[in-house]
Design a binder for this molecule. Sequence first.
Ligand SMILES: [Zn+2]
Ligand SMILES: [Zn+2]
Length: 442
Amino acid sequence: MPHYDELRPGEPLFGMFSRLSTYFKYPDKRAIVEETLGTGNAIATLLLPSHIDAFIARLPPGVQLSAESVIYLNTAFPAFAGLLPKKRQDALLNMMRSENSFGIHYLTGLMSSRIPLFNYLRLCPDCEVADRHRYGDCYYHLVHQMPGVYICPIHSKVISNTSVHATNKQMRYYLDPAEIASNRSVLANNNSLVITEHESILGSIAAQVQGLLDRRECIDIHPQIRTFYVDQLKTQGLATPSGQVRQQDFLKQVTAFYSPELLDLLGCSLSNGIESNWLADLVRKTDHAQFYLPHLLLLHFLKCTYDDFLVSKVGTKATPFGKGPWPCLNPVCPRYLTGSIRSCAVSYSRDAGWNPVGTFSCKCGFSYTRTGPDTTNENANKLSKIITFGALWDDELKDNWNSPRVSLRQLARLLGVDPKTIKRRALLLNLSFPRPLKIVRA
Ligand SMILES: [Zn+2]
Ligand SMILES: [Zn+2]
């Protein structure tokens, strides 16, 4: 029996409601919202929902969830708020806790930008497979719905548009669950050419957005972030030693770095000249609220990340698992023990005593979790649980399973697990039992 506090890693609050609505087979789709939020008038939205206090107040006794933990773990708040001035961060947080959602998007700086929200709910085909393997069904992930995210930061795959609208026009309190969305046809993407052409930049932006989502606190970064930008521009000769930004050259270099098609796709066009563009606004002395995408584009141009800024200026730790990248722990992967994993999804669950649990996924298909926080650098080479083995690992097992030259113990050592795990996996893969006896040479 699922519970209302069983939010999965990176799962939006309304994503869980839609998932549970099929599980409980509510005859009336409004009933679940009424039961969990105390009103049928809340608008189902994945990114920045309101009514969080009402949700917490209606949880069964003994459930240790706070409004803040839900807002940080299962809404887009940390990414939308992370780069805003403190006043706006607080106003946004309070609005999400309250029952008034009017003006939420205005606070994020999104409204004054030309950055589009996605009209359709989105799924990564590889996340779907991994989720089904782990949970038996799939679910919506916050990161895939975030403005500017076109590539899955875990699988480096292009995210597909399902035909489910991001807001339901007929039933505003309800969204079709991911299981239904994944069975519907995928919408053709008008931008697929621009996306494939810019896959590497878009992948790096997606990883940065994931990094923002993984943050567990929002600190006031103004005016330090402007100083950080100007310092970086100085090293590139784009600002004078006294901190005067050479706006013409700066604009010229950034427009040469990003193609106009890419900037259009992201709603961050720079065709208006120097006087009014997001680039000039970012390095001007104003606390003009800027959405996260302009910041991430500038950071990427400067070959920096938000974490670099935090570490250099504010001195905070990036995540409970450090700054990354993190190693693949699959011994047969060519990227074994190298820093091949660029993002880590952090979740907190009852089972782990509310400690942070990081999920790390390598392109080879191998993924693992580790319960943290990490206290030393050596922690990075340890895992708590293997989540998916991946084709590479499975193939190595299959190749050696019937070989009389490799003992079970050797095979376990080769694959970095214990013999019991090997047997369990072999059973799942329908390999033949018993294994051939080992040939001992005289
Ligand atoms: Zn994915
Ligand atoms: Zn790997």
